[in-house]
Design a protein around this ligand. Structure first.
Ligand SMILES: Cc1cc2nc3c(=O)[nH]c(=O)nc-3n(C[C@H](O)[C@H](O)[C@H](O)COP(=O)(O)OP(=O)(O)OC[C@H]3O[C@@H](n4cnc5c(N)ncnc54)[C@H](O)[C@@H]3O)c2cc1C
Length: 485
């Protein structure tokens, strides 16, 4: 960057709010009418041990590309920088007469701390720093029990949320931006090296189109085709029953408030039967996202450690082979394998299947939920510290409002219940396609001639089960009894 600017400028710092619409900090920056540097800093060190994984970096690359195009259409451009965020700001401050810096909060413990310190440092240099809540429906400190403490159970938390006022309007996307100061040089996007070095992303490319315009299109599609049947279809991995908005929400390409208001509007204006019930069930799921952030803020140690401390004593196993089989989708349990392959191929997995595979890792294989959470972190396009921690501690029985440890999912029954025709399994485990439906969730029970005519040789082109579920269940309960003593 170059010293050419004489009048004051502002900086808008894009983070996990990669959108122009309903972006409170951006709106505040634009109100000043000063020239604006729309900045994104790729700061791997700042993310600590939760550096976005491969699939998230893939998404981020495309999301930044799309945001840049949106800005260009409005007479601006995205300025990309790399490195320690504080150093990047100091460098910019040495070149530009900066008046104000604007950003929306992130709530990951390390980032929250860094931002607090950064704000103090910048303010001590006479810069006006304004930060806003842009990625949650309810500012995290606003939802507390009467006595001022945090919640650990979802239902009362959500009831309390619903008593709060929610803005009924979201601000639209600004049509014109002030100019970017001349010579504000951006690094080329490729320089950030977010794209995979080895091309493993064919499935991601086929499945997703990151960016805020796509997020809005996805929301519209879901409102029209999915909302009214959401309460029933949301548990069916063999159907397009959920919104698939999670990566867009994680990167802030759409705000939860935008979704909230669109659902409320649909309730009032759509005559389709089931819309009100669908909308309530769906918004409650957004409520789980709020709950995840509530827990992350009040219990910042939970991405690494269980909320229920007795689980620190759990005798987790560390044998590599079962973990490998789980990661590769080679456990011999079709619903588990389909889920893990869906994750690897598309960067996403259906929520019901996330619960089943997580239970299998933690309870059948006795591998720690932290191992599972790390694998998801690397492979999910929607990897989100709050939601991933919540999901894994829920499945592991060690978190807030978690499934009790002794409730152990049976992967065969879960498969039969939620993928009754085996459509989901056959999509991601093509070697099982010819197997009759009655055996699809337990191929090892199929008679030899049936396996033969389906082209399956167990142990060769599809694995035999790596563990007997009923023995695994007994072993899990024995291990659990040890930590209860
Ligand atoms: C072990 C495990 C790990 C998970 N890891 C993540 C993660 O890293 N990132 C992530 O966004 N979600 C995670 N989830 C929650 C959930 O599986 C996904 O949010 C959901 O599958 C995303 O698909 P969707 O957008 O179609 O969901 P929809 O059913 O359409 O729900 C709409 C939105 O509500 C939120 N939501 C839905 N269910 C949950 C939930 N159980 N907890 C928190 N928020 C929820 C999400 O933001 C989602 O996009 C995890 C769940 C489990 C069991």
């Amino acid at each position: 960057m170059n010293k050419e600017v004489s009048g004051k400028v502002n900086i808008f710092w894009f983070r996990q709010d990669l959108r122009l619409e309903d972006n409170p900090a951006l709106q505040a920056a634009l109100k000043t009418k000063l020239p604006l540097i729309p900045l994104y800093i790729w700061d791997p060190e700042g993310e600590g041990e939760w550096l976005p994984g491969g699939a998230s970096r893939w998404w981020l690359h495309r999301s930044l590309e799309s945001l840049h195009l949106e800005l260009v259409k409005r007479g601006s451009a995205l300025v990309l920088q790399e490195g320690n965020s504080e150093k990047v700001f100091l460098e910019i401050l040495s070149r530009y007469p900066v008046q104000g810096i604007y950003w929306n909060h992130r709530y990951e413990p390390l980032i929250l701390n860094r931002d607090k310190k950064l704000k103090i440092k910048l303010e001590s240099r006479g810069i006006r720093v304004e930060s806003f809540h842009g990625s949650l429906l309810f500012p995290p400190d606003s939802v507390l029990k009467e006595e001022g403490t945090s919640y650990k159970v979802f239902t009362p938390f959500w009831k309390r949320c619903l008593r709060q006022t929610i803005h009924e309007r979201t601000s639209g996307s600004p049509s014109l931006f002030p100019p970017v100061p001349s010579k504000a040089i951006s690094l080329p996007l490729e320089k950030l090296k977010l794209n995979p070095a080895v091309a493993w992303d064919t499935g991601l490319k086929k499945t997703w189109q990151p960016g805020s315009l796509q997020a809005l299109a996805q929301l519209e599609r879901f409102l029209k085709e999915g909302l009214s049947r959401y309460p029933e279809a949301r548990d069916r991995p063999d159907q397009e029953g959920t919104s698939r908005l999670s990566p867009y929400l994680h990167f802030g390409e759409i705000s939860p408030l935008r979704i909230w208001n669109a659902c409320r509007r649909a309730e009032l204006t759509t005559s389709q039967p089931g819309i009100i019930r669908g909308s309530e069930t769906f918004l409650r799921e957004l409520g789980w996202r709020e709950f995840g952030y509530h827990l992350l803020i009040h219990f910042p140690h939970t991405p690494q450690s269980p909320l229920r401390e007795e689980f620190n004593r759990f005798p987790w196993r560390t044998d590599i082979r079962p973990l490998d089989a789980w990661q590769q989708g080679q456990t011999g349990y079709p619903i588990i394998d389909a889920g893990m392959r869906q994750l690897w191929q598309t960067g996403w997995m259906h929520n019901r299947v996330r619960m089943i595979v997580a239970s299998f890792l933690v309870k059948d294989l006795l591998h720690s939920w932290q191992e599972g959470s790390k694998w998801f972190w690397e492979a999910l396009v929607d990897a989100d510290l709050a939601n991933n921690t919540l999901g894994w501690q829920w499945a592991g029985g060690c978190g807030a409002d978690a499934a009790p440890f002794f409730r152990i999912f049976n992967p065969i029954l879960q498969g039969e219940k939620f993928d009754s025709l085996g459509t989901y399994v056959k999509t991601f485990c093509p070697e099982l396609r010819e197997l009759p439906t009655q055996y699809i969730h337990h191929p090892w029970l199929a008679p030899d001639p049936i396996l033969k005519s389906a082209g399956i040789t167990l142990g060769k082109n599809y694995p035999s089960p790596i563990i007997d579920h009923s023995l695994a269940r007994t072993r899990a309960l024995q291990s659990f009894a040890m930590i209860k003593k």
